[in-house]
Design a binder for this molecule. Sequence first.
Ligand code: FE2
Length: 386
Amino acid sequence: MSKEIKNVEYGLEKIFEGAQDFLPLLGTDYVEFYVGNAKQSAHFYKTAFGFQSYAYAGLETGLKDRTSYVLKQDKIRLVLTTALTSDSPIGDHVKKHGDGVKVIALWVEDARKSWEETTKRGAKSFMEPTVEKDENGEVVRAGIYTYGETVHMFVERKNYKGEFLPGFKKWESNYNPSPVGFKFIDHMVGNVGWGEMNKWVKWYEDVMGFVNFLSFDDKQITTEYSALMSKVMSNGNGRIKFPINEPAKGKKKSQIEEYIDFYEGAGVQHLALATDDIIKTVAALRERGVEFLPPPPQAYYDDIPNRLGVHMSIMKEDISKLQELSILVDADEDGYLLQIFTKPVEDRPTLFYEIIQRMGATGFGAGNFKALFESIEREQAQRGTL
Ligand code: FE2
């Protein structure tokens, strides 16, 4: 299905023939979280994940109802937003879902056209095309709903010279921990409810012109206790990848079901952040207190040469070093990849992070699913939610 793979600054670009690119996406623009206390969340993302102070909007910039902190690390921009009043839809979102992703913003050439084309194809509008201006020019934004209460915002910034968005000021801070090596967002995964995966796969095909280029059924992603199904959607140039998961029946509760129960609906399960030196990145994150899923057993590491096959000869990393940091390894026909998953970063067992380094492989670590899910289940058992 793919006719071309090339390295671009956003990582591995893959051109998909089946995709109808009526909605050209240039990349991820930002990800906005609605949180209970943005000031404290921002401190966590700086201290633990090495994000840099970037932009700010709040009472000091004329806003009355909300505060937003924008953090940056290379191409990744996170926005942390909190409500300042009790009658805010932001507060309602946090009350229902806990801290979580509200907006996956996509960088486009033409936000009006993106909104028109997608709403014409059945998307529910979140925000009609809106022009925002300041002394640096103008930005056009428009938004549509996707699964749950999650939103895709189209951001057109070709006539804007400022750093983030009109209305934001530069965030000057005297506390600036160093970055940990995150480069860009590799993919973002959505969890949807029972029997809803195919509905959302079709939605991404019909409304956004995406293609489904990888699928995993409950026979492939299963452990003794639980199972899930997953389909990976990509836009035409491969820069935006959204795997969609749904729970599958097992002897006990699937981690996807646990997510849906605690998030009280569909939502973003994890963001995968790319690095080109996962050993250095994970060592730094561990030192800063980031918690990862417990390591797979010794047998997993003993088996790596078998699983990598021909790619073993190009592998640069020392297996003992990977084991020491609990980093997972998987391979496909194009190469190998290294990945690791954090524990949820809030008290509800909902959103977590993946750290990924691709060494040619274009997959998502299917070979690690079993080891990974057994590790998640040990955590679920401790929470009494397995
Ligand atoms: Fe992932």
